[in-house]
Design a protein around this ligand. Structure first.
Ligand SMILES: N[C@@H](CCC(=O)N[C@@H](CS)C(=O)NCC(=O)O)C(=O)O
Length: 222
């Protein structure tokens, strides 16, 4: 069998999730960013060859080409020996699917698409628009509400107690971006279990090995 290749962008949260899954599964993989567009540009022909929607991450393994983060993570978990990235009991697996959906259809749009990305990429004119601060405050409130729902489920460590599973791998990288934004630490201060889980995440090898190393320049502009 050939090596797993992950195509992604260095600072893409979802690309990071699948890299974390590979590291936690203890498989060797190559992370390739060459030929992939920079954020905000049109998808490159190279990427469109693998994913007609022009998004990362993409996994290539032998003849398998796979896109969509949740599908990639499940494949990594099922196709290789190594620590399980999911719970064992069927009811818990069903709950894991629930949290994966929440992470991808609610937390990702709220935290990354509607809060972090506008904060980082807004130009001077957008920033001076009085509506900008109002929109950011409104979405900050939505995120705070989402995380309050999550918080009791992180009371025993990860979502499934001691086992670090796929939804944690989706959620924790989002929390890292949130924490780096103005207002983010205040939101996290209200959810101590999520905050403690994030501190545990940062201590993991998979987190350190995939850290987006956000430059001051980006953070200052946010
Ligand atoms: N539903 C997709 C979403 C993928 C996605 O939106 N990826 C972002 C990076 S986190 C991306 O490719 N952005 C680049 C672009 O839109 O040009 C998944 O779960 O993988």
């Amino acid at each position: 069998m050939s090596e797993v290749i992950i195509y992604g962008m260095p600072r893409s949260s979802l690309s990071r999730t699948v890299r974390i899954a590979c590291i936690e599964k203890e498989i060797s993989f190559a992370f390739r960013t060459k030929g992939i567009q920079t954020p905000g540009s049109s998808p490159t022909p190279e990427l469109l060859r693998f994913n007609p929607f022009g998004k990362v991450p993409v996994l290539v393994h032998d003849s398998l080409v796979l896109y969509e983060t949740a599908a990639i993570c499940r494949y990594i978990d099922d196709a290789f020996d190594g620590p399980l990235l999911r719970p064992v009991r069927h009811d818990k697996v069903a709950h894991m699917e629930q949290w994966i959906s929440v992470a991808l259809t609610r937390l990702d749009p709220h935290i990354l698409r509607q809060f972090v990305i506008p904060m980082v990429f807004a130009d001077e004119e957008q920033r001076n628009d009085p509506g900008f601060a109002t929109r950011m405050s409104r979405i900050g409130d939505l995120i705070a509400g989402d995380l309050k729902v999550l918080d009791p489920h992180y009371a025993d460590g990860w979502l499934f107690g001691p086992r670090f599973t796929i939804p944690d791998m989706l959620i924790m990288p989002m929390i890292q971006y949130l924490k780096a934004m103005p207002g983010g630490p205040e939101i996290l201060a209200e959810v101590p279990n999520v905050n403690a889980a994030f501190n545990n995440f940062q201590a993991r090898h998979s987190a350190a090995a995939t850290d987006p190393l956000l430059p001051d320049r980006i953070l200052r502009s946010a």
